[in-house]
Design a protein around this ligand. Sequence first.
Ligand code: SF4
Length: 227
Amino acid sequence: MAIIDPIITGLSSGWQHIDASTLEKDRHFEADVVIVGTGAGGGTAAEILSQASVKVIMIEGGALKSSTHFDMEERHAYPNLYQQAAALKTADKGIGIFQGRTVGGSTTINWTTSIRTPEPTLDFWQQAKSVKGLSATELQPWFEKMERRLNIEQWQYEANRNNAALRQGCEKLGWEYTVIKRNVKGCWNTGYCGMGCPVNAKQSMLLTTIPSALDNGATLISRVQSR
Ligand code: SF4
């Protein structure tokens, strides 16, 4: 069964995309807003601003890859889609950080678990970082908007053996657990989300807000490196 790649289709229709690694001389661009990074924050901002007729340029350090390239192989996905080829770690090297380096950022390679920012985190930002306007109440309509936009719903399938064992352990210990919500539409349940979804079921920025922004006239510049 042939899988249609909406990125290839969009590029054919005239999306403004520039691979900065192919530039041979300086270019000048004009925009109202330049967004650095095309992950969850950048993609969402690009869509909302472009819907308001703001001229947007999206800047991304990684390459533009899409379902045509997602072959479910770690040896291809890690060097091509991840920061430091998936070797990024915390300063003490204690925890690996799987951060995306591709158009769509980490939303292209994450495992689709979609949770609202926890209230203790929002409280910490407000108290320790003086962040204003991001309480759970103030963010509720925005969370709801993006949950609708990205088709975020509780996973309906029966748990696999690994997760069933976790659930059983939680129940025996009396620990709280929940079934995660995921941003998928027509998921094949392949379990290869971390290599990039080969069938375009994952509702990442790559498949949702970035195409929308490009349809609205935004420009995407990929493989940008700072000097
Ligand atoms: S089909 Fe579903 S499980 Fe498979 S990679 Fe895509 S989102 Fe993940």
